[in-house]
Design a protein around this ligand. Structure first.
Ligand code: C5P
Ligand code: MG
Length: 190
């Protein structure tokens, strides 16, 4: 069982690369952002709560996200690996993930940090906004999300450095070249 955290600021390519990882390795994909957007579409209580945070570019409280993640993790059966995309977003979430996995005798095997310059993130997200229909892909919210990333999410990097599972990945250039670097990192822990 391989547990992979795909990490990076908004627009760094976590979703795009997750799809390629699934295609090649057949792992399960847990995208907390996708789960939240589905909850919003279905107009559930969780979705209603999450919408106000997402629209402002802020983070949904840890307790809500951790609870949601644990339920999703428990629903998975017979998988060789899991890709955590968009989670953990805070050090609190990283600690909770470690505990959850420990209960199953597992741990995060590798944390892939997609490194992309700020201006490139903004350019990519503005471009995505033209087709995504996402309420948070507009310039004001994009800038807010990148700032929130710097303040609340970037400290997660130090957590995984201490864990010894941190792997920086150059997230700029051709999608397939980035994927090649990711595969090297995954194959080194498989
Ligand atoms: O991961 P993604 O970029 O799709 O997340 C979109 C939004 O969902 C974030 O900007 C944030 O508002 C919310 N989110 C969150 N906590 C997570 C994942 C997503 O608050 N762990
Ligand atoms: Mg995503």
């Amino acid at each position: 069982m391989l547990n992979i955290v795909i990490f990076g600021p908004p627009g760094s390519g976590k979703g795009t690369q997750s799809e390629k990882i699934i295609e090649k390795y057949g792992f399960a994909h847990i995208s907390t952002g996708d789960i939240l957007r589905n909850e919003i579409k279905a107009e559930t209580d969780l979705g209603k709560k999450a919408k106000s945070f997402i629209d402002k570019g802020e983070l949904v409280p840890d307790e809500t996200i951790i609870d949601m993640l644990e339920k999703k993790l428990e629903s998975l059966e017979n998988v060789d690996g899991v890709i955590f995309d968009g989670f953990p977003r805070t050090v609190e979430q990283a600690k909770a993930l470690k505990k959850m996995l420990q209960k199953r005798g597992e741990d995060v095997n590798v944390m892939l940090n997609l490194e992309v310059k700020r201006q490139e993130l903004i350019d990519r997200l503005l471009k995505r906004g033209q087709v995504s229909g996402r309420s948070d892909d507009n310039l004001e919210t994009i800038e807010k999300r990148i700032n929130v990333y710097g303040e609340q999410t970037a400290p997660v990097i130090d957590f995984y450095k201490e864990e010894g599972t941190y792997r920086p990945i150059t997230g700029e250039g051709e999608i397939d070249d980035i994927f090649g670097r990711i595969c090297e990192a995954i194959d080194s822990v498989k």
